[in-house]
Ligand binder design. Structure first.
Ligand SMILES: [Zn+2]
Length: 166
């Protein structure tokens, strides 16, 4: 795979961005760390993705899977889990083409946005398998929520990111 991917410095920024994104998003939805409705998910970069999880154009996507606890064959024990699949190659391409953007606020926005998707899927506020028109409407809603969630941070680097997505 000859795609460009994040290096260790980028991944450090991602870790920082993910910590803030999680805190802001779970606070916004009032989900404490122990909350039973807190969804299970992972945040992955390109190196950790399987072929079906790689997009030629998106900055990130959410994949949904069914999990089963070890040693349990009970249907009721199965749970949903999500993989937030960051598309390093597309994010790096956008950064190169858009000098107003920088990696940290872009990652903060992207991770927050994908977490909003995950929470809304897990609470059935949005359907994972929806028609295209509904998906487009949900996308607009998720962008609005993302901006609302990040607004209290008052990050100066954020307005260019919001302009980029609108
Ligand atoms: Zn989205």
């Amino acid at each position: 795979m000859g795609q460009r991917h994040f290096h260790s410095q980028d991944k450090e920024l991602l870790e920082e961005a993910a910590v803030i994104a999680e805190e802001m998003t779970f606070d916004f939805f009032k989900l404490s760390p122990a909350h039973w409705r807190r969804p299970r998910y992972d945040i992955l970069t390109l190196e950790g993705l399987s072929r079906e999880e790689i997009s030629p154009h998106a900055h990130a996507l959410v994949a949904k899977y069914k999990g089963c606890p070890p040693n349990s064959s009970l249907q009721s024990a199965w749970f949903d889990f999500y993989r937030v699949c960051l598309q390093d190659h597309n994010i790096l391409k956008t950064l190169e083409a858009t000098p107003a953007l920088s990696l940290f606020p872009l990652l903060l926005y992207i991770v927050t946005h994908e977490l909003v998707h995950v929470i809304r899927f897990s609470q059935f506020l949005a359907l994972f398998e929806a028609a295209e028109t509904e998906k487009a409407r949900e996308e607009t809603r998720v962008h609005q929520l993302t901006q609302k969630i990040l607004a209290p941070l008052n990050l100066l680097d954020l307005p260019p990111v919001i302009r980029y997505y609108s």
